[in-house]
Design a protein around this ligand. Structure first.
Ligand SMILES: Nc1nc2c(ncn2[C@@H]2O[C@H](COP(=O)(O)OP(=O)(O)O)[C@@H](O)[C@H]2O)c(=O)[nH]1
Ligand SMILES: [Mg+2]
Length: 294
């Protein structure tokens, strides 16, 4: 089972434990890599982390950049920069962007290295803790940096053990216990985008509902990509039209029909979510730093 929030059961006690554990682990590292999903940088981060990290060097990693809209990714990077936080795009599963990440890390941790050198320690590595909400690519990143399938433990909080380090060929040592946080589900919109991207598996919300809401959101943000993918009439591009009619037209456009010509809504609902999650609609970002909630 993938470690989405359902399998973690985020009760308040768990949340507190996870934050305490992260806070303890932070004391043992030089820098923090905070992973988030580049498609939803707002909802896939936990705001509590800012307080915990304090002034420690930190890089926000906009992971799954291959699936995200590059224009929006640049905007997010500028946004984080304006807050004094370094951010880099990454495709952890293809190890694309690691060099840039290392360069930024060395820059941020320059004085740690310099101080060690002054004391005659030349091979001083930079100790890094990877934190982030489930499914943002922590394990993939750690394996990518380690250059092997590292035996990462502690995907769930609350297990105390001695810290072990994952040594890499490079200048980093990674804590073998990634900090698992929970996503910010402050609004219905956050819940929707987390579900739509597959970050959380929703038991309560039914697939058609999620897909329908996602469809409307996508149409608002990327009408041309949607019209193209789902072979729908150009007039749906202009002016007002009924959202449900549009959803059905897309289902028809992709041949999701039942006997008698009725639209197979469930099949289309699944197809649309699958398309989105695998990037088949195009590169899409669902939250903008200008208006993260709209
Ligand atoms: N498209 C894409 N998928 C990724 C990327 N990085 C990780 N994934 C996938 O995202 C899912 C969650 O990754 P994982 O490393 O298990 O996340 P964790 O829960 O934070 O440890 C897995 O299916 C990965 O293959 C990426 O850069 N691009
Ligand atoms: Mg993991």
């Amino acid at each position: 089972m993938s470690d989405n929030i359902q399998s973690i059961n985020w009760f308040p006690g768990h949340m507190r434990k996870a934050l305490n554990e992260t806070s303890e682990n932070l004391k043992k590292v030089d820098a923090v890599y905070e992973t988030c999903d580049a498609r939803i940088p707002f909802s896939s981060r936990n705001p509590e982390l800012d307080k915990l990290v304090g002034n420690k060097p930190r890089v926000v990693i906009l992971n799954k950049a291959d699936l995200a809209d590059p224009v929006q990714t640049d905007k997010w990077i500028a946004y984080f920069k304006s807050k004094g936080i370094a951010a880099v795009p990454l495709e952890a599963n293809r190890k694309k962007g690691l060099e840039k990440l290392y360069a930024v890390t060395e820059e941020l941790c320059g004085d740690i290295i310099e101080r060690a050198k002054a004391k005659g320690m030349n091979g001083r590595t930079i100790k890094v803790l990877v934190v982030g909400v489930p499914n943002t690519g922590k394990s993939t990143l750690i394996n990518g940096i380690a250059g092997r399938k590292a035996a990462v433990t502690g995907n769930k909080p609350g297990v105390t053990r001695n810290v072990k380090w994952i040594r890499t060929d490079g200048k980093l040592d990674l804590m073998d216990m990634p900090g698992v946080l929970w996503p910010k589900i402050a609004t219905k919109r956050s819940q929707l985008v987390l579900t739509a991207t597959g970050a959380i598996k929703s038991e309560i919300t039914d697939n058609v509902e999620v897909s329908y809401e996602t469809c409307n959101l996508l149409w608002k943000l990327y009408p041309k990509l949607m019209a193209e993918r789902y072979n729908i009439d150009e007039d749906f591009l202009d002016g007002q039209c009924d959202e449900y009619d549009r959803f059905l037209a897309m289902g028809k456009g992709r041949g999701c029909l039942m006997s008698g010509g009725r639209i197979d809504e469930e099949r289309f609902a699944r197809l649309l979510l699958d398309d989105l999650r695998s990037g088949r609609i195009g590169r899409i970002t669902l939250e903008s730093p200008d208006k993260p909630q709209s």
